[in-house]
Design a binder for this molecule. Sequence first.
Ligand code: GTP
Ligand code: MG
Length: 183
Amino acid sequence: MSLEHVILFAGPMGAGKTTAISSISDIPIVMTEAVNNDIEHHSKATTTVALDYGQLTLNDGEVVRLYGIPGQERFEFMWRILETRAAGLILLLDNEARDPIADLDLFLDKFRGLCRRGAVVVGVTRTDVADSHPMTHYYDRLRERRMHVPVFEVDARDRQQMIVLLTTLVVMVQMRETELGVE
Ligand SMILES: Nc1nc2c(ncn2[C@@H]2O[C@H](COP(=O)(O)OP(=O)(O)OP(=O)(O)O)[C@@H](O)[C@H]2O)c(=O)[nH]1
Ligand SMILES: [Mg+2]
């Protein structure tokens, strides 16, 4: 079993990737925030333009390296670079977005290589400010896609909630490595 895991946080602009990594990380995180010129898409002041990086050391000494993508599709070239070493995907979706189910489809399609070879969990954020999409909408779409993926309602600002999501994914990655006989 590997003593290090690389986990990628993906999802649309404003879903909470940078926030989640800073909630979880036990080192100061590397951020690449710049002024958000796409206010139409999301009203927040800044957006990630290259990557986020943080890390967490688990009780058993395993190191989890946490990378976050920029949500804007114009940075798709960074998505391709960041997914290469990843063994697991945390897909964060903003329940307040215009169509979070379309976002679910988009990111599962864009990261289908990682979904196939690794493990995936979905975290739905901002359910406290938008309840137009109950969790059943996400379950239904995943069932239609024949994907068995855990879905969690989370607040990216809440360290405990994010640690639960992350450890679920790490366990799934470890189970996969055991199945595949990865050392
Ligand atoms: N009310 C509420 N706010 C949340 C929740 N989760 C995250 N946020 C806020 O939503 C915003 C998310 O912003 P970021 O973390 O920059 O989002 P991002 O996914 O990194 O976005 P890009 O880098 O632009 O792709 C922050 O202001 C968070 O504080 C939640 O569950 N509820
Ligand atoms: Mg970000």
